[in-house]
Design a protein around this ligand. Sequence first.
Ligand SMILES: Cc1ncc(COP(=O)(O)O)c(C=O)c1O
Length: 376
Amino acid sequence: MKLFDVYSLFDITPVQAKNCTITDSEGTQYLDLYGGHAVISIGHSHPHYVEMLQNQIQNIGFYSNSVQNPLQNELADKLGAISGYDDFELFLTNSGAESVENALKLASFHTGNSKVISFDKSFHGRTSAAVAVTDNPNIIAPINAQHQNVVLPLNDIEAVKEVVSSESIAAIIVEGIQGIGGIRIPETAFLEELRNICDQNNIVLILDEIQSGFGRSGKFFAHQYSGIKPDIITMAKGMGNGFPVGGILIAPNIKAKKGMLGTTFGGNYLACAATIAVMDVMQQQDLIHNAKEVGDFLMEKLQNIDKIKEVRGEGLMIGIEMNQAIAPIRQELLKKHHIFTGVSGQNIIRLLPPLTLTKEEATLFIDKLIETLESY
Ligand SMILES: Cc1ncc(COP(=O)(O)O)c(C=O)c1O
């Protein structure tokens, strides 16, 4: 049977990975500044993570959400403490899109409204409501287009006010830092105004922290650079360091009803063990602080490179905007210097490394980038 051909693939076959290094089937080692698309948070195959998963599967790997699972409570307690949201409640899912889908559904249950405001260049996932609020017509199928949604310019508060003044809105959804959209950051004043508008109009404010959360930005959630608290926060990616897990944090004023949300696999023992291990390592190795420190170091060095048009980001979520198409530059970094990087659009290199990245590894990348840019 052939695989459904939807992905563009590099001709590289990783067979092993340790911390920030990937080894392929030829024995070549790569520096991972892509983190498997912002997923690897505590480094590949961290020993504590491996041990937690191994121990868990030897005891019990799966049962359903119809029995007591103390690991879910342990996860929730640790997450409340590490994130500063211990008064919120947690619903566990399996992926980013599923988190967004449930966040939007909950907002609609809570307000009785259907329409959602999202922002230009946003990406929120590929399930029905999530893709409808994503600003990319190419991935919205006719079956998804039934959703009521309006896309407004990011950081344009007047545009939001205008829509809210004439329509009933269920939710406003915004990424903590736009990832696929090119590392665009919502301004603090914009988030503060959104918070006010949502309070005044009974609208649910959803912060999508699927890519920017779990320490990547140098804060636990990127929106914590502002003082605001959203009503729902979506999570996935770095949460499980590669084990598929996601979740939403829900403000105390949004009340649960039996059966209103549900999932077979969400919150399973292995997903919980993976997430608990991630939080343990984050605390033991002070990784949020490392993300901030190494991220600042990288951005300062990048800002000194003439050929770069603009550097944007927080922590280890960094966009390097060039004047030219970056495909050949990324190709050379990968093939000649064995460095994986990410991308946004045609001319932005996106760095999403494990949060364990060292200044030495960052310096190696800077040296190789400068060398590569000499011929462009
Ligand atoms: C901000 C954001 N939201 C949602 C998603 C969707 O997550 P998933 O691919 O796990 O469904 C992504 C994935 O890249 C994302 O970056």
